[in-house]
Design a binder for this molecule. Structure first.
Ligand code: FES
Length: 602
């Protein structure tokens, strides 16, 4: 049925990025179903279950809550834009965020990463004390008594701790559990022998990976990924920076919504682990430089204009309550250094987790995203670049592109006539194609000659279809709305892979490394896990190398954050590594345009 262009409006669902154009007012639940968004609706849309909770990013005046919504949602949630999808009627352009809890099968939000052996030596330790009671012959203060008991003359205590220690000691026969960070007592409680937990968080632009760790054993208690709700204000970092720059209120909003998502996730993790969020005694937070500045509420202006320098790139250890993170009173948030305007502490955490700087092998580390960070180590030198690869591998700017979620084509094989065999996440009807599927499709088209060396789809090739304007495309699935890949989609992929390859080539040129000298390529992130390295080489995204040299590291930034949470020496190593990494600005590298022009060829 043709849409009436005068009445047409769009609904954009995040974090999947799926969009729907309609010309009739429709409930958001129906729209989600039409768009293929797997939204929970346990009562089938009758307003009974309250499970179809979504968040609106539009003028809320247009969407006053119904009585049903008021019975399911508290005031704070309603003010924050939460509504029920079955009760909300979309009638104009609207952006809708689907929280993790409302998705039937969540987007693939990878939290796994390789964690190497390391000594468990957390920065925060619980120390139990059992003191001699004060009496008229021993008039020392409570803190002096603690220092003598522990034989630690260097100890001091936070003011909030000094306010509660006298009561805790006297109510518990002069015993207490103290949380000690370096030389400071940051929290005190009645002796409980409860677990002391820590929270490591990798704040990505698209997803936030949270890990709850036992600080004493170093064991992982629970882990979970959640979409970064800031995505409602822009899929790419620059859009969010622009939003933050509009007003102080906007910048604060981005910070608050992120910590709300982290708090909700850490509460879920704590419940799974059978503890309270207030047992979290230490937090480590990593992210790209824009995320880092937004979560620390630092000015993002310098990141918006050339030369894109960060406001600050050293370790900061603010208090959790100053930032808005729910944890033990006095808990600190360790934020490692960022490297440059577009190379953040997540890149540092990735390189730490993968042992860069610990040996002198020639290694490449790649984290593919909208900005792809690449490091090349040769001997004691480590040089990093950031390349603007764009969001094509995350499904954006591709007609049927989407993130890795149920319904996404994740793998494609073509027969010699160009007919596709596909693998779909969740084994269901395909509704789109994600990064690994897109990479497969382009590599397969190249293999069978359906794509020529100039990156053009060969119109005469069997299996190639032509649209009404005579433009070629290939059809990857059947049905009423088949998933297709057009010449424009292929162009986007070639631009993305060209930027990545140019970054690699600049690094190899700069450090005088030949491809055959590379001993290992480590690729971080979900895309690195699902992509086939041979396909990345076939389209020229990676240099030709033996396949056994290419390894997927999973969520390596998350693994690095976990290491820094449970090990003081990992923190020290990270801080040294940050000094060792040299940032190279691609745009001023004389040969960059030549490498880029070469890189975008198929
Ligand atoms: S589907 Fe149950 S309340 Fe909306």
């Amino acid at each position: 049925m043709d849409l009436n262009p005068d009445k047409a409006f769009s609904i954009e669902f995040q974090p999947s990025g799926l969009r729907l154009i309609l010309d009739e007012p429709t409930t958001l639940l129906d729209a989600a179903r039409q768009a293929g968004v797997m939204l929970r609706a346990d009562c089938g849309g009758k307003g009974i279950c309250g499970k179809c909770r979504i968040q609106l990013f539009s003028d809320l005046v247009d969407y006053p809550p119904s009585l049903t919504e008021e019975s399911h949602l508290d005031h704070a949630s309603i003010d924050a834009g939460f509504r029920l999808a079955c009760e909300t009627i979309a009638h104009k352009n609207i952006k809708v965020f689907i929280p993790t809890d409302s998705i039937i099968e969540g987007q693939v939000l990878q939290v796994d990463g390789r964690l190497r052996e390391l000594n468990i030596e957390p920065s925060v330790r619980r120390i139990s004390v059992s003191l001699q009671p004060a009496d008229l012959k021993d008039l020392r203060s409570d803190l002096a008594r603690i220092k003598i008991f522990l034989d630690r003359d260097d100890l001091s205590a936070d003011l909030n701790v000094l306010r509660i220690i006298p009561r805790i000691l006297r109510q518990n026969q002069w015993s207490a559990d103290l949380m000690v960070l370096d030389q400071k007592i940051i929290a005190a409680s009645a002796p409980a022998k409860e677990k002391t937990a820590g929270l490591a968080v990798d704040v990505g632009s698209t997803k936030v990976a949270c890990y709850l760790m036992d600080l004493e054993s170093g064991k992982l208690l629970a882990a979970r990924g959640t979409p970064n709700p800031q995505i409602a204000y822009g899929e790419d970092i620059m859009a969010r920076i622009a939003f933050a720059l509009q007003s102080e209120q906007n910048a604060k909003k981005l910070q608050t919504m992120l910590f709300d998502a982290i708090n909700r996730t850490s509460q879920t993790l704590a419940r799974e682990a059978g503890i309270e969020s207030t047992q979290i005694a230490d937090v480590c937070l990593v992210g790209n430089t824009a995320m880092h500045h937004l979560f620390l509420h630092l000015p993002v202006d310098p990141l918006a204009v050339s030369p894109f320098v960060p406001a600050f790139n050293e370790v900061l250890y603010p208090k959790a309550d100053e930032l808005g993170i729910t944890a033990m009173p006095g808990c600190g948030v360790y934020t490692p250094p960022v490297i440059a305007g577009f190379v953040g502490s997540d890149h540092l955490a990735f390189l730490l987790a993968e042992g860069f700087g610990e040996d002198q092998r020639t290694r490449l580390g790649i984290d593919i995203g909208t900005n792809t960070e690449i490091a090349l180590q040769k001997g004691v030198e480590i040089v990093s670049v950031s390349t603007a690869s764009g969001p094509a591998f995350e499904g954006a700017h591709i007609r049927f592109g989407m993130r890795a979620a149920p319904g996404a084509i994740e793998h494609v094989t073509l027969d010699n006539n160009g007919f596709a065999e596909i693998q779909v996440i969740g084994n269901q009807e395909p509704i789109g194609i994600c990064g690994s599927g897109i990479l497969d499709a382009v590599a397969e088209m190249r293999r069978i000659g359906m794509l020529n060396s100039r990156g053009r789809i060969v119109k005469e090739f069997m299996g190639v279809c032509l649209d009404g304007n005579g433009k070629p495309y290939i059809q990857l699935s059947q049905g009423s709305q088949p998933v297709i890949l057009s010449q424009n989609d292929v162009d986007q992929i070639l631009l993305a892979k060209g930027a990545i390859r140019a970054g690699i080539d600049v690094l190899m040129d700069h450090l005088k490394v030949h491809p055959e000298e590379i001993e290992e390529v480590v690729i971080a992130g979900a895309f690195g896990t699902f992509m086939l390295p041979e396909h990345a080489m076939r389209i020229g995204m990676l240099p030709e190398l033996p396949l056994d040299k290419v390894h997927a590291a999973g969520n390596a930034a998350g693994a690095g954050a976990r290491m820094m949470l449970i090990s003081k020496s990992a923190r020290a190593r990270a801080e040294n590594l940050a000094k060792q990494i040299r940032y190279l600005e691609l745009t001023v590298y004389p040969e960059f345009p030549m490498f880029y022009a070469k890189g975008i060829q198929s």
